[in-house]
Design a protein around this ligand. Sequence first.
Ligand SMILES: [Zn+2]
Length: 426
Amino acid sequence: MANLLLGQTLGYSSDPFYDGPAAATIERRGAVLVDGGRIQAVGTADDLRAAHPQAQVHDYGEALISPGFIDAHIHYPQTAMIASWGKRLIDWLNSYTFPEEMRLEDPAYAQAVAGTCMDLMLDHGTTTVASYCTVAPQSVTALFEAAQARGMRVLGGKTCMDRNAPEGLRDTAQSAYDQSKALLEQWHGTDRISYVITPRFAPTSTPEQLEALGSLWAEHPSCLMQTHISEQHEEIAWVKELFPEARDYLDVYERFGLLGAGGLYGHAIYLTERERARIRETGAALVHCPTSNTFIGSGLFDMAGLKAEGQRIGLATDIGGGSNFSMLRTMAAAYEIGQLRGTALHPSYLWWLATAGSAQALGLGDTIGRLAPGYEADLNVVDLASTPVIAQRHAQAKDFWEALFPTIMMGDDRAIRATWVGGKPR
Ligand SMILES: [Zn+2]
């Protein structure tokens, strides 16, 4: 049966970074008609009620109906160690991340963590994630089964590491290739699942492993490939030591066939001019993880400069380097980093990044992330006056963006009134 959701609606016809806030369409008394897992129509409440009298009505009043948030880079295995104190990247990995990832060797623990993580995501209005798993294939199975059980669109892959990681978290060039290939063949394109080839980052793979994964990607070009790049200075220096023949960090990936339009590069804070030009030429996507970048003390992503040169950019929490599951808090951190770099990012940019922008980065710009007929019906309903402090600020707002911004800056899971996944209310 068709469902008709009533509330304020926010849709985008194009990228507001290029076309300004006018790229957004706001309907104060709007409606979204959902049937068969997809959005069938978007319009005014009056028009769609009249045209679809049989539809079941869900009236959310003045709450905002938005595409569900899309978190373009997380590590679900790090759910239980979020907010671990006091380290920079390499020590943080060794002290906190690797011991916790080791625990997901146990399939029952992996299932429990994957279930917890997906539930927390939905609680926060996030309907799709692109996740790293651990080196253990059963951690990938756990993620995909958890998402499948909840009807979620999900992207993920086995994290490959064959050096500079503890014994229990290392594979080899050959086993990384074989296990990734087996998982890819089993899962890629099943239900709403996409496999992502996942070398953690250059320092934890030998040249042989990077080469094997480059070959796998060439054999399966419909898969995305995700990895990290240029997050901290110490890391960049380490990459230079490990790969002295490479021109720069990006060139390590390019040499082994790991640069292309389906590539997702997390962090990308300290890119050189050459790297930026090459990423743009190849059409690869960057993923900004602002709460992680401040939490681990990494640095300030150049959103305004990278968008101005035409880069594709998604937004992400980077759980558990990131410090919050909420894409609202993540938008706020992106705003704060923008301010520290001298650019105040308009709320229309921030909301776009968390929805259509991330969808585009994941190659799903025609499938999710927009309120438009034919798109998959993953939605969230956001209360724009969810706490006393937000409500009293919201009451003073003179226009839609001023009404939305307090929720971006101060909102969290309490603002998420409902989440719809694949056309069904959760
Ligand atoms: Zn990460």
